[in-house]
Design a protein around this ligand. Structure first.
Ligand code: MLZ
Length: 265
């Protein structure tokens, strides 16, 4: 479900603009998700990207699949778009002369891999080639601008897609900042990352869009007059960028020691 978050209201409230769809490496109409739980396919091992492994679909969310590598544990699931270039039908690897590899952290002895593979594939429901989609091409250049809104995968909690803002643009790189989280989940990525989507993507695919966080934003320099109040709300752990000409702490107190009033209870 979409919670009660409405982009329309939020854009008005924040006086902001969505990043136009041509900024993104996503198809303008999201690809259909015709996968079923239990289907098997080939996927790059995210922890060892030179290996192609067998993966099972363990969940479906919007245009994404929750995947688990066969022979791995249930602690390393990962999410891929149905039009990801990192997934392919079973048999693709062999056709191109490659060999399927055990996942990193294969739970059995390496010598039992060939038999494990045989048993895994025997009678398995293989995802049919026709439900795979071609990856869309990359836009020819970075069209993002600071302040534009988007939906982005939270890479620390990759099952979440959240409202985000472009915080900075540097050549082909963009800073994805998560609204209401004080920078804790922000990351830099290329403009053509598959982890970012235009506003409205989740409502089209039926994926869950998380509401923005409720933490106060870190104000950009110069420091506001209400500096004391906002630094208390920040709590003691947040790292602030150094602002030339401003001391982070009063002289006389040792580094790492916080005034009692600022220690979170
Ligand atoms: N339970 C976690 C999830 C935070 C998700 C933030 N996404 C941008 C927390 O509260 O830390």
């Amino acid at each position: 479900h979409q919670g009660h978050f409405s982009w329309e209201k939020y854009l008005k409230e924040t006086g902001s603009q969505p990043a136009p769809p041509h900024c993104f490496r996503q198809s303008c109409s999201p690809p259909s998700n015709d996968y079923k739980i239990g289907m098997k396919l080939e996927a790059q091992d995210p922890r060892n990207t030179t290996s192609t492994c067998i993966a099972s679909v363990v969940g479906l969310t919007g245009a994404r699949l929750r995947l688990r590598l066969d022979g791995s544990d249930n602690k390393n699931d990962f999410w891929r778009l149905v039009d990801s270039s990192e997934i392919q039908p079973i048999g693709t690897c062999e056709k191109s002369g490659g060999m399927l590899q055990p996942p990193l952290g294969f739970r059995l002895n390496a010598s039992s891999w060939p038999m494990f593979l045989l048993k895994t594939l025997n009678g398995a429901e293989m995802a049919p080639a026709k439900i795979f989609h071609k990856e869309p091409p990359s836009p020819p250049q970075n069209h993002f601008e600071m302040g534009m809104k988007l939906e982005a995968v939270d890479r620390k909690n990759p099952h979440f897609i959240c409202p985000a803002t472009i915080g900075e643009v540097r050549g082909s790189e963009i800073l994805v900042t998560f609204d209401g989280w004080r920078g804790a989940f922000d990351y830099w990525c290329r403009y053509d990352s598959r982890d970012i989507f235009p506003v409205g993507w989740c409502s089209l695919t039926g994926d869950n869009l998380q509401p923005p966080g409720t933490k106060v934003a870190i104000p950009k320099s110069p420091l506001p007059a209400a500096g004391i109040a906002t630094s208390m709300m920040r709590g003691p752990k947040t790292m602030l960028p150094a602002i030339p000409g401003h001391r982070r702490q009063k002289p006389g107190r040792k580094k790492g020691q916080l005034p009692k009033a600022l220690i979170q209870q």
